[in-house]
Design a protein around this ligand. Structure first.
Ligand code: FAD
Length: 537
């Protein structure tokens, strides 16, 4: 047990890189105890309150260990002093049904990786298969695409060890409230992520560190008795009596009682295979749009005023939302990457899809964010559950064509976009997308209700962030992979509603959005399987 003291506020001018002593003194005062009574303390949460730009504060929650904690809390009688909530407890009773085969996990993204890690920790010896390469080779394949436009359709920004989250900003913020989030963060730190992710308000890891982290988690899984096979694709499932009997991986038949399907949102051929096999799925809404780039300094000045270059502050982020008055559609910033770069995230030949990433330091000159507009099944051509995929494909192909049919991305400056003209030269901001870009009319590769809504939103966003709609802000197209366009429907036991033994997990199942929520979903499913089954002998 420990005591949690919340809302300890320090002025930015009183902050140093390590504020623990100042915070501890304030906490002792709030608890009305002597400093010497505190045996141990650590920062549990640190957030920045920049609502008043010229009066920026740091807000801390601190976790304290001392004698007689319950009595101290009672005596303090203060709204910000509480006994700490119990953390995630991964202890549970295993089920009694014996597995006839080891559990198989498809996909080594956050959902599959964490399901695999927990199962390996519990002695279930899972087999994880991943269509892409392990991270060292995957990095080479991705660099080949970013520098020479040679796309490996099996190993890219979407596919490969660590999943879609590896070549990302590694933002670990989530809206879900689940104690398993702490487990995920703890495991990331054990695998080499910076310790600060355990307490900072907006934790992030960055691609450079993530690559090391996912490799270390793989090694842990293997040490614990799990197996990870790369370049291994699930291409078929064999069904008997509405139950999974076995799976086909690279042409080989593997008996299987429990299949965790953590395939992410971009494995279109796998969705098609599952659909043909009669797995029930439905189409779901997602969002589509462009990436926009500004100087990071401009964002910092907007968010932090005179403190823009303060050593306690890192690259600022933002969140913007608007509802189109004309169409009623939501327009919003998505996956903002401070000091990052726009990246080619295609996974199919002849299509352009982009996204954003950062390294741990977030020290590049441009800030980028997607500006996306909600789309849903009523926008798709048919009622077919896979029609959202065809919708994505159609616009990604248009983007490829107007980008020059060589994986260069179509680019337009905000001023020209708003006037309806194709750009002819850059201003002060250079597009960060590689291998290259071509000036184009972005209205030619997105539905008009998306570009119209973005045109409506940009001046509004400019009121919130001065310069947001500046003439030379760079827009790059197109962002299509914001979340899965398909849901693989499942019941309260996380099992497919149409196929026993199939556990759709994470983002690709349509039940998570982002690294942390996908990882937590994987954990929940692994737990559920282990609560029902004991491991195969
Ligand atoms: C560039 C980029 C930046 C992002 N930035 C962030 C961020 O900062 N913060 C955040 O929270 N989220 C971010 N996301 C989203 C995040 O990456 C996803 O939400 C998350 O990775 C989903 O996890 P998942 O395990 O469900 O699926 P994925 O991570 O997509 O993993 C699925 C894995 O399954 C494999 N697979 C698919 N089909 C098969 C098959 N048939 N056989 C074998 N293997 C298969 C794929 O190769 C893939 O590796 C970003 C995404 C991208 C693309």
């Amino acid at each position: 047990m420990a005591i949690r003291v919340n809302n300890i506020v320090l002025d930015i001018n009183d902050c140093a890189q390590d504020n623990i002593d100042a915070v501890k003194i304030k906490a002792a005062k709030i608890m009305r105890v002597d400093l010497s009574e505190i045996k141990d303390c650590r920062i549990a949460k640190e957030s920045i309150d920049a609502r008043k730009k010229n009066n920026i504060k740091f807000n801390y929650a601190i976790s304290i260990k001392m004698d007689n904690e319950e009595k101290v809390v009672e005596r303090a009688n203060h709204k910000d002093v509480k006994l700490e909530e119990v953390k995630y407890d991964a202890e549970f009773e295993f089920g009694s049904r014996e597995m006839t085969s080891r559990p198989i996990i498809v996909g080594m993204g956050p959902a599959g990786m964490f399901a695999g890690l927990l199962m390996a920790q519990k002695g279930y010896n899972p087999l994880i298969i991943e269509r892409g390469e392990q991270v060292e080779q995957r990095t080479k394949s991705i660099n080949k695409f970013w520098t020479r436009a040679v796309l490996n359709t099996e190993s890219n920004v979407q596919f490969g060890e660590g999943g879609a989250g590896t070549f990302s900003d590694g933002k670990l913020t989530t809206r879900i409230k689940d104690t398993r989030c702490d487990f995920v963060l703890d495991e990331f730190v054990k695998a080499g992520a910076p310790g600060e992710i355990l307490y900072v308000g907006k934790p992030h890891i960055g691609t450079d560190v993530l690559k090391e982290v996912v490799k270390n988690i793989r090694e842990t899984i293997i040490k614990l008795g799990g197996e990870v096979r790369f370049n291994s694709k699930l291409t078929d499932i064999i069904i008997k009596d509405k139950k999974i009997k076995s799976v086909i991986i690279n042409g080989e038949d593997f008996p299987c009682d429990n299949l965790i399907l953590a395939i992410g949102h971009s494995s279109r051929d796998t969705y098609e295979m599952l659909y043909k096999k009669g797995v029930f799925m439905s189409s779901k809404p997602f969002a589509m749009g462009v990436r926009i780039e500004h100087p990071q300094d401009m964002i910092n000045e907007n968010q932090y005023g005179k403190y823009a270059n303060h050593p306690m502050l890192k690259g600022a982020d933002y969140k913007l939302t608007y509802t189109s008055g004309k169409s009623g559609r939501a327009v919003y910033s998505f996956c903002m990457c401070p000091g990052g770069q726009v990246v080619g995230a295609a996974s199919e030949q002849g299509r352009v899809a982009i996204n954003g990433m950062s390294e741990y330091k977030r020290d590049k000159g441009n800030a980028n964010s997607a500006i996306v507009v909600s789309v849903g099944p009523k926008d798709f051509a048919t009622d077919d559950p896979l029609s959202g995929i065809e919708f994505q494909r159609y616009y990604e192909s248009l983007a490829y064509q107007i980008g020059g049919a060589n994986y260069n991305a179509p680019v337009q400056l905000v001023g020209d976009f708003l006037r309806g003209t194709v750009s002819s030269e850059l201003g002060g901001i250079k597009p960060s997308y590689t291998p290259g870009y071509k000036y184009a009319d972005l209205t030619k590769c997105l539905p008009s209700y998306i570009t119209d809504a973005i045109k409506e939103a940009l001046p509004k966003f400019d009121h919130k962030i001065n310069g947001y709609a500046r003439e030379d802000a760079v827009m790059t197209g197109i962002e299509t992979r914001t979340s899965a366009p398909v849901r693989i429907d499942r019941n309260e036991n996380f099992q497919s509603i149409s196929l026993e033994g199939l556990f759709p997990a994470g983002e690709g199942a349509g039940y998570a959005g982002g690294i942390i929520s996908a990882a937590v979903d994987g954990l929940k499913i692994a737990e559920n399987i282990m609560k029902n089954w004991k491991s195969a002998k």
